[in-house]
Design a protein around this ligand. Structure first.
Ligand SMILES: Nc1ncnc2c1ncn2[C@@H]1O[C@H](COP(=O)(O)OP(=O)(O)OP(=O)(O)O)[C@@H](O)[C@H]1O
Ligand SMILES: [Mg+2]
Length: 652
């Protein structure tokens, strides 16, 4: 049974967020699309803009230069336009010397400049006017050339500013991310964190590179054009200004519509991307359960929805915008009509009318443009707010001033009345007590979800206890420098993870100064050596995407080797060998025995045969240790452990 379109959209928008790591290559550069918020409204635009600008620090002089270039560019293009007035008027006078054309005011200034610079006498015989026009064309050429140069410089400088700003922002964001507590990552889908780097920064880049410059140059053009218009004819200026509210209103209306549908399009895109991604990564499951047809049906619905949203978004953004822009032609017609009357009544020169017609269009353009840019600007500001939100998230509590460096940690671990819950009001661990000495192996067994991994999370201070204490060598873990604490605990996490890089590099991650020989030694301890040697390039084989080219068990062996190379006095193995065959597991045990000699080892395992030789076994159930003792003691107890071991109750 296919799900309904609403269900699908709801589910796959969050999937899209949750799986964005693998999605990096998809989604056409817009990153995880499922981010409805990407088009949301900024909460405090002023503050956010100020903060974005604070990233310009160190580039301020460049920005001033950009503004100057922008001014020069706009001004020169306005002057260039203005220069056609004396040309046309001189031509008009040549054709009809008795015409009522008076070259005066600013026009006269320009006229004089051309004549002085090129030694052209004040007369309008055909021969001289040809010289005049040629001279004016040369000046015009230079004016535009300067404008182009300024535009080039402006573009280059702005790009340098924006790329540097974004680099700094990404750096800050990444550095911040490294300081965030595990709780932050546990409570947020990976994709949500990812989309800060992709979607949000992308939008910001778009705004800084395009909207910002076009907004500023739009303003400059607007003001400049206005001044030139007034000097040419205040009557026509008045008429043009009357039309402004019409464009502005149209622009704002269209902006609103297109923002709304753009958000819808993004949501639809997110759902489509999420669906494709899940189907691709789950292709085997889809095939095994014969879900191909349902998949096609569901995808069809999402795809149709996307088409509709895309149509509306593009219609309002791409079709109506330009059409609305063309309404400025109406103002053009009115201007030309009234301008014509003014010219005939002797209030305006032919040149004045020509350039005014041009100005009236130039005037409408930035207004229309700016109202359309608002979509991008809002999206970018909302994105920037989410970026800053991450930057403002509380980092892991800093170490206390007098935190202990524990230079010579032995590994006496004591947990006393430890109570803990991930979320307030929802206790996961109740009253955990234990004492582990160096050289001892302490095992945790018990059903799925009993709280075994949680205990190790507290030891490494991924989370802090709610009640009770955990001490190492008598020092509360909260009083130990965090990096020192973690460097003294070697962990094989329940979820294996390998980085892109060679096998050698991945093992060395456990201790960066380890020699190649030590790496090989650790691999032998973890029984990984023989399979590594069978890989294409041995230790230099490059691992792809979290070790996708390895078997599940092989991935675990590399994770064990990584922990084995560390010289930490405390070793935590959370289901480290769950995917490894029993024979290899026994091999590893032999190797590890040597390693564990002077260390405190915590082992979590479902396969009870692997913990038989532990000094103490803690049987956990629903967050409590319900039985403890050695293997033999627990069997003699004939309690839960006995049930588990003899298979009377299967472990989940
Ligand atoms: N990050 C988290 N936020 C909230 N609750 C969590 C979190 N991690 C685990 N839990 C909850 O804590 C309880 C204990 O989980 P834990 O991972 O410690 O179990 P476990 O004994 O290691 O199970 P398994 O054998 O399946 O690994 C579970 O009920 C789980 O739902
Ligand atoms: Mg676990």
């Amino acid at each position: 049974m296919a799900r309904s379109i609403d269900e699908l959209k709801k589910q796959y928008n969050s999937t899209a967020k949750g799986n964005a790591t693998r999605r990096m290559g998809m989604g056409g550069g817009r990153g995880p699309g499922g981010n409805m918020g990407a088009t949301g409204k900024p909460k405090n635009a002023g503050k956010t803009i100020a903060r974005i600008f604070s990233y310009m620090q160190g580039h301020r002089y460049k920005f001033v230069l950009v503004l100057v270039c922008m001014l020069v560019n706009t001004l020169f293009s306005l002057i260039g336009g203005y220069m056609t007035a004396p040309i046309i008027d001189n031509l008009a006078l040549t054709v009809n010397p008795s015409a009522d054309v008076r070259i005066e005011g600013v026009e006269k200034l320009v006229d004089n400049f051309i004549r002085k610079a090129f030694f052209i006498p004040e007369s309008n015989t055909a021969e001289i006017v040809i010289k005049y026009v040629t001279a004016a064309a040369i000046v015009l050429g230079f004016v535009y050339l300067f404008g182009i140069l300024a535009a080039y410089l402006q573009g280059r400088l702005m790009l340098s500013i924006s790329t540097n700003m974004l680099k700094k922002m990404r750096d800050d964001l990444f550095e911040k991310m490294q300081t965030l507590p595990v709780r932050y990552f546990d409570s947020k889908p990976v994709g949500e964190v990812m989309s800060r780097f992709t979607n949000d920064i992308d939008n910001l880049e778009n705004m800084i590179n395009n909207s910002l410059t076009s907004l500023i140059s739009g303003m400059v053009t607007l003001i400049g054009t206005f001044i030139f218009m007034v000097t040419t004819s205040w009557v026509l200026t008045l008429i043009t200004v009357v039309f402004i509210p019409v464009f502005a209103l149209g622009g704002i209306l269209i902006g609103k519509k297109s923002r709304k549908y753009y958000a819808g399009q993004q949501a639809a895109l997110g759902a489509v991307n999420g669906y494709i991604e899940e189907t691709v990564s789950g292709q085997k499951v889809v095939k095994v359960f014969n879900h191909e047809d349902t998949c096609c049906e569901e995808f069809g619905m999402l795809n149709e929805d996307m088409r509709d949203k895309q149509f509306k978004a593009s219609f309002w953004g791409g079709v109506m915008g330009p059409i609305m822009g063309n309404t400025s032609q109406i103002s053009y017609a009115v201007t030309v009509g009234i301008g014509g009357i003014l010219m005939i009544s002797g209030h305006l020169n032919p040149g004045g009318l020509t350039i005014f017609a041009r100005y009236s269009r130039q005037f409408a353009m930035p207004i229309n443009n700016m109202s359309q840019q608002m979509t991008t600007v809002f999206a970018a500001l909302a994105g920037a707010e989410r970026v800053f939100e991450v930057m403002d998230t509380d980092p892991e509590l800093p170490d206390r001033e007098d935190a202990n460096a524990m230079d010579n940690m032995q590994g006496h671990v004591i947990m006393k009345n430890v109570t803990f819950g991930y979320n307030p009001g929802h206790t996961i661990l109740y009253d955990i007590n234990l004492y582990a000495k160096p050289g001892q192996k302490i095992a945790f067994v018990g059903s799925t979800g009993a709280g075994k991994t949680t205990v190790t999370n507290l030891l490494s201070r991924f989370y802090d206890v709610d009640e009770g204490t955990i001490t190492i060598d008598g020092v509360d873990v909260r009083d130990i420098k965090r990096d020192r604490l973690r460097s003294q605990i070697a962990m094989v996490l329940q979820d294996t993870h390998l980085f892109s890089g060679t096998v050698m590099e991945n093992i060395r991650y456990g201790r960066l100064d380890a020699t190649d020989e030590e790496v090989i030694e650790a691999a032998k301890t973890a029984s990984a050596h023989s399979f590594i040697m069978r890989l294409q390039d041995g230790y230099n084989t490059v691992l792809e995407g979290d070790g996708a080219n390895l078997s599940q068990g092989q991935r675990q062996l590399l994770n064990i080797a990584r922990a084995a190379i560390s010289k930490a006095p405390i070793l935590v193995l959370d289901e480290a060998t769950s995917s490894v065959d029993t024979r290899t597991e026994r091999h590893i045990e032999h190797g590890m025995d040597r390693l564990m000699k002077n260390r405190t080892t915590f082992v979590i395992a479902h396969r009870l045969s692997t913990v038989r030789n532990a000094n103490a076994i803690m049987v956990m159930e629903h967050g409590r240790i319900i039985e403890r003792g050695s293997h033999d003691e627990l069997l003699a107890l004939k309690g839960r452990y006995y049930e588990l071991y003899t298979g009377k109750t299967e472990l989940a």
